[in-house]
Design a protein around this ligand. Structure first.
Ligand code: TNX
Length: 556
């Protein structure tokens, strides 16, 4: 070849290498970022990637290592190095924080032909920038076996400016009606993080099982974590049919610490829920003296609301719950602890001399005020441990505890009432946020509790009720999807019910309401589903199959 041609070819190769004009696939992110602008060029990630982080930021090394882990599973060689603040690094993936940004969860992500720069309002913001980058990498990176063949990845140059609409972006999981293994809890948390969700509400105690080890009260798990059998089919009315199989399980405190460490690496706060005064039969089966009648009680084997609850007149009950909450608070760093408060029948209290004596001594009007007395006492105790309570919206009845956050589930009214009183609320109304409800024609679906909440309906949700003024609306912290598991026995069934509805909710709580566009969301979700496939998530796929009319071949 002539010298001149070689020279031209070298220039051409140079242009290609620096990617000044090569097109790359547009990105499809969920949740949709606040601002995304494509710039000229392509950034090519290939064999050796340098991750550089500002060294004097505590915790940044952990975030850099997390990114290292992601890229390593793509099969790349990665080095991680610390640089001092203010160093003008020009190549590699550069992680930094800028507290001046004023939005701790926000980030800027800039991809140029030479560098990828992620600047977060805090480490959490950097982490969310990394999640956006993760969603730009091929889905195979989620599955190390498939990722081995990736030689290089072309990313379009762009600039993203992003931050969440709401500070509370939650998913809940009931591990009491059915119990789920530790690995699945971690996967559930990782999926939350992928979609920039930040609060995992872990529903740990119920009538049908107590699932957290409490050192001071071993019978809670020796007795309370096990039921003799489980209802078959839908448990509306008798006659009931049972499977005759003992069922149970619980998490040790070490296992819980393992989950908390995993969640902390992903900036997911874990809120434990210890139910009181109702939904507590499993605890009563272990320690019958804590109920009004003294028992005997059995761990419940079917679904519903049950009459035996913690006695509100017995001091031993408060001592017991304070001990339990002390261990819980030692384990969980969460600023919030959920104390339940829902569906507490007042029948036993009406007939109980101790409860009636308490009503008299405290000058309470009725059993509703007795429930409020109960919750306020627990709130006071937890405030002493520097924690705030969250309770289901029934905690408004008989008077709201003064620092409580209300989880509005029976509708939006509870949240509206709390916000109008100047107290915080998290929206989780059955109408839009119950992922145990049918998501498509029940004829085509596995047995569920009832209801009908499609993906589109979840996507249409606006957590701020119209009734609120701007000032009151500030008390709406965000929203949460609830996954009650009466009718879900396996992790794959939980995934089938939770996904993709949880992804729609993730966009509702993160992206500005003005950017909401269901068709566009579906297009992005179709692309995104390849990542879910690589992560082996058993999401319901009926929404993604054009003209399928809700029919899908996949099942739990
Ligand atoms: C109501 S939501 C409950 C749960 C059930 C759920 C089923 C709430 C605070 N209580 O105990 O599992 O309905 O959808």
């Amino acid at each position: 070849m002539k010298k001149k041609h070689c020279f031209l070819l070298a220039i051409l190769a140079g242009i290609l290498h620096f990617g000044c004009s090569r097109p790359a696939e547009p990105v499809h992110l969920i949740p949709q970022p606040v601002k995304l602008e494509y710039t000229r060029g392509v950034h090519t990630l290939s064999n050796h990637i340098q991750v550089r982080f500002t060294g004097d930021e505590p915790g940044m090394q952990g975030v850099a290592e997390y990114l290292h882990g992601l890229l390593k599973s793509a099969g790349f060689k990665v080095s991680v190095e610390s640089i001092s603040q203010g160093t003008n690094a020009r190549r590699g993936i550069i992680l930094a924080t800028d507290r001046e940004m004023g939005r701790p969860e926000g980030y800027l992500l800039e991809i140029t032909p030479r560098a990828i720069r992620i600047t977060g309002g805090s480490l959490q913001g950097v982490f969310y920038g990394i999640q956006s980058l993760r969603q730009m990498l091929p889905p195979e990176i989620e599955d190390p076996a498939a990722a081995a063949g990736i030689a290089s990845i072309d990313l379009p140059c762009l600039k993203i400016e992003d931050y969440p609409a709401f500070e509370y972006r939650g998913m809940h999981l009931d591990v009491a009606r059915h119990f789920f293994p530790l690995d699945f809890i971690k996967k559930y948390i990782d999926l939350m993080a992928l979609h920039k969700m930040n609060n995992f509400h872990w529903h740990l105690t119920e009538d049908q099982g107590w699932r957290i080890e409490i050192k001071k009260y071993p019978l809670l798990t020796e007795v309370g974590a096990w039921r003799s059998e489980t209802l078959i089919g839908h448990g509306g009315r008798p006659p009931f049919e049972f499977d005759g199989e003992p069922y149970g399980g619980y998490y040790t405190q070490d296992e819980i610490r393992e989950v908390l460490a995993y969640a902390a690496e992903r900036f997911v706060n874990v809120i434990p829920e210890i139910e009181m005064p109702g939904h507590a039969t499993a605890a009563l089966a272990a320690y019958p003296q804590l109920g009004c009648t003294g028992g005997p009680y059995e761990v419940i084997t079917r679904w519903g609301v049950f009459h035996d609850v913690f006695c509100a007149g017995n001091e031993e009950v408060f001592g017991f719950l304070e001990d339990v909450l002390t261990e819980v608070a030692e384990l969980f760093p969460s600023p919030f602890i959920h104390i339940g408060g829902d569906e507490c029948p007042k029948t036993r209290w009406s007939d109980c001399p101790k409860c009636q004596a308490r009503i008299n001594e405290e000058g309470l009007a009725d059993e509703y005020e007795l429930q409020s007395y109960f919750i306020r006492r627990m709130e006071n105790f937890l405030l002493g441990l520097d924690r705030n309570i969250i309770g289901w919206d029934e905690i408004l009845e008989g008077g709201l505890a003064p620092n409580a956050t209300v989880m509005s589930w029976r509708g939006t009214e509870g949240g509206i009432e709390a916000a109008q009183m100047g107290q915080n609320a998290i929206m989780t109304p059955v109408s839009h946020c119950y992922f145990d409800y049918y998501q498509s024609d029940p004829e085509t679906q596995p047995l569920a509790i009832g209801g009908y909440t499609t993906l589109e309906k979840v996507y249409s949700y606006n957590p701020v009720p119209e009734e609120l003024s701007r000032e009151e609306a500030r008390h709406i912290l965000g929203a949460q999807g609830n996954v009650w598991t009466e009718y879900m026995k396996t992790p794959s069934h939980v995934e089938y019910m939770a996904y993709p509805r949880a992804i729609a909710l993730a966009e509702v709580v993160w992206s500005p309401v003005e950017t909401r566009d269901y068709e566009d969301f579906l297009d992005r979700l179709r692309m995104h589903s390849r990542r879910l496939d690589a992560m082996k998530v058993n999401y319901y796929s009926g929404n993604l199959e054009e003209d399928a009319g809700g029919q899908t071949n996949n099942q739990p």
